[in-house]
Every structure is written in C-alpha cells, then in structure tokens.
Write a protein that binds this ligand. Structure first.
Ligand code: GDP
Length: 234
C-alpha cells in the first residue's frame, strides 16, 4: 500500500462536489483470477481506449497530479488499478483498450480482464465510459458499451477533450454522437481536462451512483462464473 496523496494539480474550490481528502493506491489486478482487493466498499470504474484522456480526466477530477502516474507505470498499464478515496469508496482504473501500436492479440486481452473484473465486483456501482468528443466511437468502444448494456451496469458516458471542438460545432457533434450511440444528449457529460469543464457534473453523477445499491444486488445471476481456463497469458 502506498500513499500517493501529493500536491494538488488544480486547486479545489470551496463547495465543489466530491471533495477528495485522501487517496491511496491499494494495488492492481493483473490476471483474470488474480488478486483484487476485498469487495467491501462501493466501486466506480473508469473505461476508455488508450489516449482518450483518462489519466488527464482522473487528475482533474481528484486534483492529484501524480495520481495517474501509478496507472501509467510500466507493468501497470494493462492492469485493473484500485484506489481508495476518502476511505469510503474505491476508484477503479480499467486498462485502456485498442492501442493501435500493439499486436491484435494483445489488443484482445483487455476484454477478458475487464469482464473478469466486472464478474468479481459485487460492490460496483457503475462505469464511467470515456469517449473522445472529436471522433466517432471505435469498434472497441461500441463493444464495450454493448457489453455494459447487456450486463445492465449503470454507465455514465463522458466526452473528453471537449475544448478541442469549436463552440460552433459542439451542438451538432454532440447530437451526432448521441444518435450514433442511441443516447440522449443529456446522458453524456462533456469534459475538458484543460478547462475543468464537466468536472463537477461528473463528480455529482459519481456521488449519485455511489449512493445507489449495487446493480448486482438486484440481479445476482446476471454473470456467469469465471473459470481458471479463462486465465489470460500476459
Ligand atoms: P489516457 O491514455 O487515456 O490516459 O490519455 P491521457 O490523459 O494520457 O491523454 C492523452 C493525450 O490527450 C495527452 O496528450 C493529453 O494531454 C491530451 N488530453 C487529455 N485530455 C485532454 C483535454 O481535455 N483537452 C485537450 N486539449 N487535450 C487533452
């Protein structure tokens, strides 16, 4: 266990939602049946393809510059990384998927690991799925969203790097993305790690998720058990 509660990257504002008082890295899950922390506290997991802006978003959300560095250290990038926040909930950083420069075989590894995490997480309250506001969702993004839909995991869709869109093109882009995903505009949160736009909206949505009972409490048999034969080679 290590404290990584370092100097704030951006100042906290009085009264902002989800004030982060402490942040502790509790470890990583590297294989399908490998270690994961005991599922005692509510969990919220963050998913998205590599380079979507997940580290930047998490840094902005929790005002800790060094936070995502743990997840980005070699060996940890393809793990599911767990961070205890305020001693009250666990923030889960899922491995970024679909990185173009690694082999197809390696690219396919994210799915079983993420699936296994979902199966082994009775305290999961929901997923924050990140999409780059500028681009159409990739096949991997669609697969992930379909998978979450099938499982019935509550999902918040966040559009990252919104500052890169011109104000004049934002509305049309959001409408097009929502239509292509079968969502309403207001089911998506626009986010910028540069300006901080969307930080509080996301924090509030997370607080709402965390206050809900686990989605699995309602449907305990929705996921088949993992077997050791599923074990990924790494
Ligand atoms: P990750 O691989 O998903 O963790 O992505 P990173 O957070 O490392 O971001 C990938 C690249 O996008 C970096 O060059 C970031 O500086 C850039 N980036 C991330 N978020 C934003 C954003 O909100 N606005 C802009 N303009 N650039 C961003």
């Amino acid at each position: 266990m290590s404290e990584i509660d370092e100097s704030p990257s951006t100042p906290e504002r009085p009264g902002e939602p989800l004030v982060i008082r402490s942040l502790e890295f509790i470890g990583g899950m590297a294989t399908l049946a490998g270690w994961r922390p005991p599922a005692e506290l509510p969990e919220v997991a963050f998913a998205g393809r590599s380079n979507v802006g997940k580290s930047s978003l998490l840094n902005r959300l929790i005002h800790r510059k060094k936070f995502a560095r743990v997840s980005n250290t070699p060996g940890r990038t393809r793990e599911v990384n767990f961070f205890k926040v305020n001693g009250t909930f666990v923030l889960v950083d899922l491995p970024g998927y679909g990185y173009a420069r690694i082999s197809k075989e390696k690219r396919a590894e994210w799915k079983p690991l993420i699936e296994s995490y979902l199966r082994r997480s009775p305290q999961l309250r929901g997923i924050v799925q990140l999409l780059d506001a500028r681009h159409d969702p990739t096949n991997d993004d669609r697969q992930m969203l379909e998978f979450l839909g099938e499982l019935g995991v509550p999902t918040i869709v966040v559009l990252t790097k919104i500052d890169k869109l011109r104000p004049s093109e934002r509305k049309a882009r959001l409408t097009a993305l929502a239509a292509s995903l079968g969502l309403d505009d207001d089911q998506m949160i626009s986010f910028s790690a540069v300006t901080g736009e969307g930080r509080d909206e996301l924090a509030e949505a997370m607080e709402t998720l965390l206050a809900q009972p686990s989605w699995k409490a309602e449907e305990p048999s929705s996921l088949p058990e993992t077997t050791d034969t599923d074990q990924a080679s790494s």
